[in-house]
Design a binder for this molecule. Sequence first.
Ligand SMILES: Cc1cc2nc3c(=O)[nH]c(=O)nc-3n(C[C@H](O)[C@H](O)[C@H](O)COP(=O)(O)OP(=O)(O)OC[C@H]3O[C@@H](n4cnc5c(N)ncnc54)[C@H](O)[C@@H]3O)c2cc1C
Length: 389
Amino acid sequence: MKDKYDVIVIGGGPAGSTAARFAAEKGVSVLMLEKDREIGVPVRCGEAVSKKGIEEFIPSDDKFIATAIERFSMIAPDGKEVILPLEEIGYILERRIFDYELARLAAEKGAEIVTKAYVNGLLFDGDAVNGVKVERLGETKEIKAQVVIAADGVESRAGRWAGLKTVVDFRDMESAVQYTAANIPVDQNTLYFYFGREVAPEGYLWVFPKGGNKANIGIGVSGLIGKKKSALSYLNDFMNRHYPDAPILTTVAGGVPCSITLKKISAPGIILVGDAARQVNPLSGGGIVSGMIGGMIGGETAADSIKMKTPKHLLTYDKAWDDRLGKRHRTFDRLKNGVYNFSDKKFNAIAAAALKIPQNKITLGSLFKTALINQPSLLIDAAKVFFTK
Ligand SMILES: Cc1cc2nc3c(=O)[nH]c(=O)nc-3n(C[C@H](O)[C@H](O)[C@H](O)COP(=O)(O)OP(=O)(O)OC[C@H]3O[C@@H](n4cnc5c(N)ncnc54)[C@H](O)[C@@H]3O)c2cc1C
């Protein structure tokens, strides 16, 4: 590690590696610091992405794809199952390999990557951030940078150190827990979603196949619900009902910020990307691709501001993100709040109505249209995301 870089990225997840890559590609010097000893480990994720989403950044490759997804199955509280063929396929990733590949791409573009490097503070020049304090192998070092990119995930502290408001409403911080289990005899090309007050109030439970009869089985419930009964208890209830003898290979837990993006995601000398900026899709809880998009925009904006010698250019990042996905996430957030309020009766009625739609006509958009038929304002939101490009 040198004493000075143009850009320092804190965190080596998908958002951090993508930010590092796109900044380095523009010819500025980049250092990415990851606190864990290995990029991509531990995996705390259901690993579902759309093919189109990742292919903006990396060609599909069997080495990081566990299985390809062709359809969704939505299971209502009364057990009715609606199958939705997908217009565009998805994947369940092997994230430890995928994250590694993203870091490798950043390194290929010239970014320096250091693991076991824990950032425990920022450096300031007046109000502007101009570097980080990093702990590595028992030593603390100060490293200067023109721009710091905070990609330190859901538990991010760097934004707060810079004076940005990073608190997420308790209800929007989904509490998630997931098992990877063996001997789960589900279709390997279908994602299963379970809804209802008993199964996953203010959230959903997922069964995502991982090949070889393994599956990621997890649940996310709102922070408010999780306080009364833990996400883990809901998950255990489900496992006892459906897969009581399944061997559990891994257990992971974490928060998912299912909220709109923070009001401000840049300040002099620093920007936030990925979960740190709350760039997760609030309806689905998916944050891999949206974090990479934030990382790309952030990395490019950082490099441009350095090359233009115009530090203020960094602050254009907020609008660039908002134009690309931030606005869309506000629409998803309204839809999420609508769906949160559905009763079991409503979920059952939606499934019954959807089962009357001919199989070759049913899409995610038509399902939402059925669900929101009596809620015109939400129907407009659904139309915005499902029927416009
Ligand atoms: C149970 C669960 C299931 C999920 N399922 C899906 C899914 O199916 N699909 C999907 O798209 N999304 C899913 N998500 C969300 C997804 O995992 C995140 O949105 C995504 O990982 C965000 O990427 P990121 O790079 O912003 O953060 P992260 O991947 O969390 O990376 C942040 C990195 O920063 C490092 N770091 C943190 N602090 C420091 C520090 N001080 N110094 C140095 N390094 C630091 C961390 O070690 C970590 O490697 C799920 C989340 C959970 C919890």
